[in-house]
Design a protein around this ligand. Structure first.
Ligand code: MG
Length: 383
């Protein structure tokens, strides 16, 4: 019997690569569910290739377009509120890949975990915003939530079954993004085009901006905290421009174990799907000869987003929900050309300063913090 997989967010960057991996893993794996927000054309192509049982397009207009393209009886089609949750809980599915972008993916993660599915998690916000909530609900069980993010996959691979008490700290590597070596006074002139031109990884626009500000790394610090049950001061960020060492674990005896590979998301995606088994593939492999790697401290002055993330993590409760929402809005304005690059951390800091966090949040508290921060950020930018 093939393992049935649901791919939520199948038309995005990680979703497309997940389907590429799943096509290689057939017939041992079968795509049973595909979901996206509104990319009807690409969804029609994917659905014709993988013949899923269920397709979800959140946007009703996109769902209509999809139906016109593939026909009425092609598969079950859902749209609107609740569609993504249905996709997350679909009967018979073992692994749910959550590659939806933004806070909207959180509800699906909760639903899938509560339905007893294994979640391959590519959505950062679920842990950044909802880590405390998931822990409180007992949903952060080992082996049920598998990281797809390359750094966390690396740490997870380096950790094996070692008890967390034997871990001294983890080294989270960061490429440093396109402005790694820019002088501080030039950060004011950063353009959108330069920001979207990431040196090592090919990703969607939102996460590419987050990589350039280092907010992405800040989010990953918070993700690691919840995923591996670590204290914030056990998580250290190190700039490694070559993106070959994907992260490392330092043990209490001083031994450091790292995971290496080419910067190719298909590897962590495949391992999340086939864990605990490793499967041969045909992708390019790292040539270990002729390499030279460097590691250095991040510049926290030029990249203030990193400390903003640590600050929200230390505050706890709904502070990370505020951080995430303020960042999402600020990045949206930057992508529209309505906010400068260097203003992004300033805006987020101002919103965090104003915010009153709630401890041990329920889902409503998180949603309320998210809405408050979105509105506050829009108002702040509008001046
Ligand atoms: Mg990453």
């Amino acid at each position: 019997m093939p393992k049935k997989v649901a791919v939520l967010g199948s038309t995005g960057s990680i979703g497309k690569q997940t389907l590429e991996v799943l096509a290689e893993l057939a017939p041992d794996y079968r795509v049973a569910v595909l979901s996206a927000n509104r990319s009807a054309d690409l969804m029609a192509i994917q659905a014709k290739q993988f013949k899923p049982e269920l397709v979800v397009l959140s946007d009703p207009e996109a769902a209509n377009m999809f139906e016109r393209s593939v026909g009425r009886d092609f598969c079950r089609l859902e749209s609107g509120a609740g569609g993504q949750v249905l996709a997350a809980c679909w009967p018979g599915v073992e692994i749910v890949v959550v590659a939806l972008v933004g806070f909207s993916g959180f509800e699906s993660v909760v639903a899938a975990l509560e339905a007893g599915k294994t979640v391959a998690l590519a959505n950062k916000e679920a842990l950044v915003v909802g880590g405390e909530f998931l822990e409180k609900r007992g949903l952060l069980r080992r082996g049920k939530l598998i990281p797809v993010d390359s750094e966390h996959s690396a740490i997870w691979q380096c950790l094996g079954d070692t008890p967390s008490g034997q871990v001294s700290r983890i080294w989270l590597t960061a490429s440093g993004g396109p402005f790694r070596d820019w002088p501080g006074d030039q950060m004011e002139q950063v353009t959108l085009k330069q920001t979207l031109n990431h040196p090592n990884w090919c990703m969607g626009p939102k996460i590419t901006v987050d990589s350039a500000t280092l907010m992405n790394k800040g989010f990953e610090v918070l993700e690691a905290k919840w995923l591996f049950g670590l204290e914030l001061d056990q998580i250290r960020v190190v700039i490694h421009p070559q993106s070959i060492v994907h992260s490392a674990v330092e043990y209490i005896d001083g031994s450091i174990i790292a995971q290496l590979g080419l910067p190719d998301m298909r590897l962590p995606i495949q391992y999340a799907l086939t864990y605990p088994i490793r499967v041969k593939n045909r992708w390019p492999k790292l040539n270990i000869f002729g390499q030279s790697w460097v590691f250095h401290e991040p510049d926290r002055k030029r990249f203030p987003c990193l400390d903003l993330a640590y600050r929200a993590g230390k505050t706890g409760g709904t502070a990370a929900a505020c951080l995430n929402a303020a960042n999402e809005v600020a990045v949206e304005y930057f992508l529209k050309g309505k906010l400068s690059f260097s203003a992004i951390p300033k805006v987020i800091k101002a919103i965090l300063d104003e915010f009153r966090p709630v401890g041990l949040p329920e889902l409503e508290d998180i949603v309320a913090a998210d809405s408050w921060a979105r509105k506050a950020t829009q108002d702040y930018i509008a001046g």
